[in-house]
Design a protein around this ligand. Sequence first.
Ligand code: DC
Length: 225
Amino acid sequence: MKKINIAIDGHSSCGKSTLAKQLSKYYGYIYVDTGAMYRAVCLYALKNNIVIDGIVNKAVLIDSLENINVSFNYNDKKSISETFLNSVNVENDIRSLWISENVSKISKLKEVRLKMVAIQKEIGKNKGVVMDGRDIGSVVFPNAELKLFITASIDERVRRRSLELKDASIEDIKNNLLSRDYDDSTRDENPLIIMDDAIKIDNTNLSIEEQFNLALSYCEKAMAD
Ligand code: DC
């Protein structure tokens, strides 16, 4: 079977990374969570007072980009790939609502995207990668052999996110998802769009297993072509 790149795009909290992890494990492919990369840059910006009261000091952030090194390491014990910011494991820190509330301001910046996209393209150049994000099928891997666009109803996404963020209110989670949907889809740089050659999967009423099996059938076809 042919080695391919699998691009998975879609809105926040709709199960992209769950599917991407399953597929990467099944095929022995590298998994890259590109949202984690933007979250790590956001963490750096917040911790270094580059974002104050929700305002990003763009010039300072651009100057700091050369000091921001984001990488992934596979944790054998947990069987997951963890995100590192300048050699420090930040996998838990980047998942907080504090980051979710600020990350769109960082991910919309052209200079930040240029740096992240260059790293992502490099990782994918030998194929065998499953990457999830917002611009994977459109910008990072425009020639990916398989492009999946994952979606689910807003209420279902809020329900799933609230299971992960036990301390946050339903209202805060919903507002955050809606505002990130809006920001991701309307920004100038690499907005979230559905490519004509992407296969759309609405998983509102699918179990994780059902979604995985459906995606596997598309992968098998793409690998055989
Ligand atoms: O998938 P996520 O929620 O962890 O992504 C965090 C933020 O980063 C999200 O608000 C959108 C942005 N993002 C992006 O702009 N491009 C990507 N390829 C991945 C994520």
